[in-house]
Design a protein around this ligand. Structure first.
Ligand SMILES: C[S@@+](CC[C@H](N)C(=O)[O-])C[C@H]1O[C@@H](n2cnc3c(N)ncnc32)[C@H](O)[C@@H]1O
Length: 262
C-alpha cells in the first residue's frame, strides 16, 4: 500500500471539502470566539482552544517515533488502540495505515479477505474527543484512508459499514468523565472477526474497563475482584455480516448530523 495523503489532519494542511462526514464539521471555534490560526506548522488551531482544551496537534515525526516504540503492535491487524484525546486522528490514522499494510501483505491476494480484514483493522481503532469538529474530522480522515485503500465508494456496503463502525468507535465525549456528549457512559464495542464474512460485537462500558486495571494489578489484594463485571459485556450482538453493519449507516448519518453541526 502506498502512503496515503492525510492533508486534512490538523498537523498538516487545510481541510478538504465535499466529503460526507467532513461536511458535518462545526465552525473552527466552538466557544464562539473568532478563529485565530497562528501556526504555520498547523499544530495549533486557535489560542483559545489551546488554553481551553490543550489542543496542540502532534507533528508527524513525533507520531512516527512514538508508534515505533510499539511497532509490532501497530503492524498487527487486530491489536486494539484507544486514543483518549484523538483530535483529528494524527495517531489513529497512522496506526490504521500500518495495519492496512499488514492486511495487504497477508490478504492482498483475496478481495474478500482483504476487505474483511481491513474492516477489522478499522474496528480495532478507538478514539475519544471532546470537540465536535475534531471528532468529525477524525472520522472523516479514518474513513478516507479505509475507502482509498479498498477503492470503494459511498454506495458500497463496505463504505457504509466502515462509516457505522467509525461512528461507534470514535466517540464524541469526555475521556476524563468517561461520558459521551449526551451524558451517557461511554461504551466501546469489542469487534471480532469470526471468518466467512461475519463479525461479532460485544459492548463494554469504558469506566468498567478502566477500573479493571485497579483490580487486576499483579499481586494486588483485589486481583480476584471485579473480573466478573469487567468481562461481562453490557450488550452482546448476534454475528453480523458487512451488509448488516451497513444498515447502521443511514441511522448514524441522520443522528450525527445535527450534533456535529451544533
Ligand atoms: C493535545 S491535542 C492532541 C490531539 C491528537 N492526539 C494529536 O496528538 O495530534 C488534545 C486533544 O484532546 C482533546 N481533549 C481535551 N480534553 C479532552 C477530554 N477530557 N476528553 C477527550 N478529549 C479531550 C482536545 O480537544 C484536543 O483535540
Amino acid at each position: 500500500m502506498t502512503a496515503k495523503k492525510t492533508a486534512s489532519r490538523k498537523e498538516a494542511a487545510t481541510p478538504r471539502v465535499g466529503h460526507p462526514l467532513r461536511e458535518q464539521q462545526a465552525p473552527d471555534d466552538v466557544q464562539g470566539v473568532s478563529a485565530e490560526r497562528h501556526s504555520s506548522m498547523g499544530l495549533v488551531e486557535t489560542k483559545r482552544r489551546v488554553a481551553d482544551h490543550g489542543e496542540v496537534f502532534t507533528p508527524a515525526w513525533m507520531v512516527k517515533a512514538m508508534l515505533d516504540l510499539v511497532k509490532g503492535e501497530t503492524e498487527r491487524i487486530d491489536s486494539r488502540f484507544l486514543e483518549p484525546a484523538c483530535g483529528s486522528g494524527n495517531f489513529l490514522v497512522k496506526i490504521l495505515q500500518r495495519k492496512l499494510v499488514a492486511v495487504e501483505l497477508k490478504f492482498g491476494q483475496s478481495d474478500f479477505e482483504k476487505q474483511h480484514y481491513a474492516l477489522l483493522a478499522l474496528m480495532c481503532s478507538y478514539g475519544i474527543e471532546l470537540l465536535p469538529d475534531n471528532i468529525a474530522e477524525c472520522r472523516a480522515n479514518m474513513l478516507e484512508i479505509f475507502t482509498d485503500y479498498l477503492k470503494i465508494k459511498e454506495w458500497d456496503y463496505l463504505y457504509r459499514a466502515a462509516y457505522y463502525v467509525l461512528s461507534q468507535n470514535l466517540v464524541h465525549g469526555d475521556a476524563l468523565t468517561m461520558r459521551a456528549h449526551d451524558g451517557q457512559p461511554i461504551t466501546f464495542a469489542e469487534w471480532g472477526y469470526l471468518g466467512k464474512g461475519k463479525f461479532q460485537r460485544r459492548d463494554f462500558r469504558f469506566d468498567v474497563l478502566t477500573g479493571s486495571s485497579a483490580f487486576s494489578a499483579e499481586g494486588s489484594l483485589f486481583a480476584h475482584l471485579g473480573k466478573h463485571e469487567i468481562f461481562t459485556p453490557a450488550k452482546t450482538y448476534p454475528p453480523m455480516a458487512v451488509s448488516e453493519l451497513a444498515t447502521g449507516f443511514a441511522r448514524e448519518a441522520r443522528a450525527l448530523a445535527p450534533e456535529e453541526k451544533a
